[in-house]
Design a protein around this ligand. Structure first.
Ligand code: NAP
Length: 270
């Protein structure tokens, strides 16, 4: 068989780093392609991840070294990082491991939300700054909707005067690390109307949110806008330079034009 036949017959192994709606959309879009063998990777934070039309693996790789081993053992030809914009550790590990192994990497990055004139955002740099604001600038008790997930709630223990509402995908297995906290168990997507009703019902007067971008998590921000509520908006963490796309269609175009391994030209903003 001549080399070009070999090459065209090769199925490329794609590692898709997931945990977002965009990763699920990519899995849907790529599932029917017989030139690609896609494996979607979850961290394992959610008890029952969404069913997917591609192979799934669950759990951390074991840092950069573990990811390098995985890329080699599974003969991965390209990595798509479609993790959440706040999953900075995984994204940094992917940049390092792919560079070291010469595996092409592209990130699917949703644009950040931008404040509109009707928004009352208090911009902060990170979770600690959000908690510091609540501790120092808000001495009187407030009803706070803490829309930051489960893992980082402990940061807010330094502002114990507030009553917190958190929304989680799974029942927390253990007591939440805040003195006055109530959990709502629900899985998105949510609607602006539904979130406005929830905020009003619970007498919420302040929201803490990550600037996740995208449509899926925007309902609470739109609801806050409609109710005139302030939002402590946490900026995205820094992630090392990498090629990136802003849509599923752009990632597919990248896959179709990238080399099977290594030697990919600069793809920023494709
Ligand atoms: P992180 O802090 O960047 O990652 C911590 C560690 O978790 C990584 O070093 C890696 O472990 C493992 N990990 C993360 N994403 C993984 C993936 N897709 N597949 C396999 N291992 C993964 O991540 P995080 O902020 O905890 O987010 C965890 C997951 O939840 C991600 O899949 C993300 O897309 C999703 N998510 C996060 C947020 C958020 O606000 N952070 C919101 C919605 C969804 P090893 O070092 O052992 O490889």
């Amino acid at each position: 068989m001549i080399a070009s036949e070999n090459r065209s017959a090769k199925t490329r192994n794609i590692l898709l780093l997931g945990g977002t709606g965009e990763a699920s959309a990519l899995a849907q879009a790529l599932a029917g392609r017989d030139d690609l063998a896609v494996t979607l990777s979850y961290a394992g934070r959610v008890a029952q991840p969404k069913a997917q039309p591609v192979a799934i693996r669950i759990g951390g790789f074991g840092g950069v070294a573990g990811l390098r081993d995985y890329l080699r053992a599974q003969a991965i030809d390209a990595v798509i990082d479609a993790t959440h914009p706040f999953a900075a550790q995984m994204s940094a590990n992917a940049v390092a491991a792919c560079a070291e192994e010469g595996v092409p990497l592209v990130a699917l990055e949703r644009p950040a939300w931008q404040a509109m004139p009707a928004d009352r955002w208090i911009d902060v740099t990170d979770l600690d700054a959000a908690a510091a604001h609540l501790a120092q600038a808000e001495p009187a008790p407030r009803n706070v909707f803490l829309a930051i997930g489960r893992l980082h709630l402990h940061h807010f223990a330094r502002a114990p005067q507030h009553r917190y509402t958190v929304r989680l995908i799974d029942e927390p297995g253990e007591a939440l690390p805040l003195p006055q906290v109530e959990a709502i168990i629900a899985r998105g997507p949510f609607t602006m109307e539904g979130d406005a009703a929830l905020l009003a019902e619970r007498g919420i007067d302040l929201i803490v949110a990550k600037n996740s971008g995208g449509a899926g998590a925007f309902a609470k921000i739109a609801a806050a806008r409609s109710l005139g509520l302030p939002v402590i908006m946490i900026a995205r963490p820094a992630i090392p330079e990498r090629a990136h796309c802003e849509s599923v269609a752009q990632v597919i175009a990248w896959l179709d034009h990238s080399a099977p391994s290594g030697g990919v030209p600069d793809q920023r903003g494709v």
